[in-house]
Design a protein around this ligand. Structure first.
Ligand SMILES: [Zn+2]
Length: 233
């Protein structure tokens, strides 16, 4: 098994800063009301390695710190990372690992069961692109992924197959909830916050009347300007 303390010092240092970043970013999930109890998780690839850092399973948010963040290889196996053997990686680790293996441009993955986004997932409905901010951030509708349960690669495969067909950094896994990706963990957390925000707004709009789609040409212009002029991705 790979031992963290036997890796080159520069890699150990990179693991450490990634752990600090991922621990801090976890605070954004409860702060933005995206999670309850121990649900939800953030991970980040350790740049230039075959490792990523993810939340430990079943630990409460106020108990998370840099040294309880678990380090895994890209096949989802925990390395000898200095955490207690009882601290296992998040139960969603296989899905995160699958995304990192199949989408080399992705550096961060987030999963929550945030209420409104998950409500769309419960009815298998994509979130239609009816807001300019959706054009900016998602480049179109936010798609629904297949129904899949924990146990093999089917969640990861569903995420990758859906997102490869879309400009959206978020997918609503059917009957489950949102998974988001980004160039790093911060970008994936931002997408998780934004997907809940637009889901809530669209759900409110649908109570008021018929939502009006943004024309494709405008979506393209919004997306291009926001992604390129602002250099977000
Ligand atoms: Zn879940």
């Amino acid at each position: 098994m790979i031992r963290l303390d036997e890796l080159p010092e520069d890699i150990q240092a990179r693991v450490q800063t990634t752990r600090e970043r991922v621990a801090l970013l976890h605070g954004e999930l409860p702060a933005n009301s995206l999670v309850v109890w121990t649900a939800g998780n953030v991970s980040e690839r350790v740049e230039g390695t075959n490792l990523f850092v993810i939340k430990p399973s079943g630990v409460r948010y106020d108990e998370l710190s840099a040294h309880t963040m678990v380090v895994c290889t890209l096949d989802g196996k925990k390395i000898e990372d200095g955490t207690p053997a009882s601290l296992s990686p998040s139960s969603d680790t296989a899905a995160h690992a699958y995304v990192y293996r199949h989408m080399p441009q992705v550096g961060g993955v987030v999963h929550t069961h945030s209420t409104y986004a998950t409500a769309f997932a419960a009815v298998h409905r994509p979130i239609p692109c009816v807001l300019t901010m959706m054009g900016d951030e998602f480049g179109g509708e936010i798609p629904v992924g297949p129904f899949a349960i924990i146990g093999d690669d089917s969640i990861g495969r569903g995420i990758v197959e859906t997102l490869k067909e879309s400009r959206s950094p978020a997918v609503l896994m059917a009957n489950h909830g949102p998974f988001t990706i980004g160039k790093n963990a911060e970008a994936a957390v931002k997408a998780a916050v934004m997907v809940e925000e637009v889901a809530r707004t669209v759900a409110a709009a649908e109570q008021l009347g018929t939502v009006v789609p943004v024309a494709q040409e405008h979506i393209d212009a919004l997306y291009d300007r926001y992604q390129n002029v602002y250099g977000q991705h």
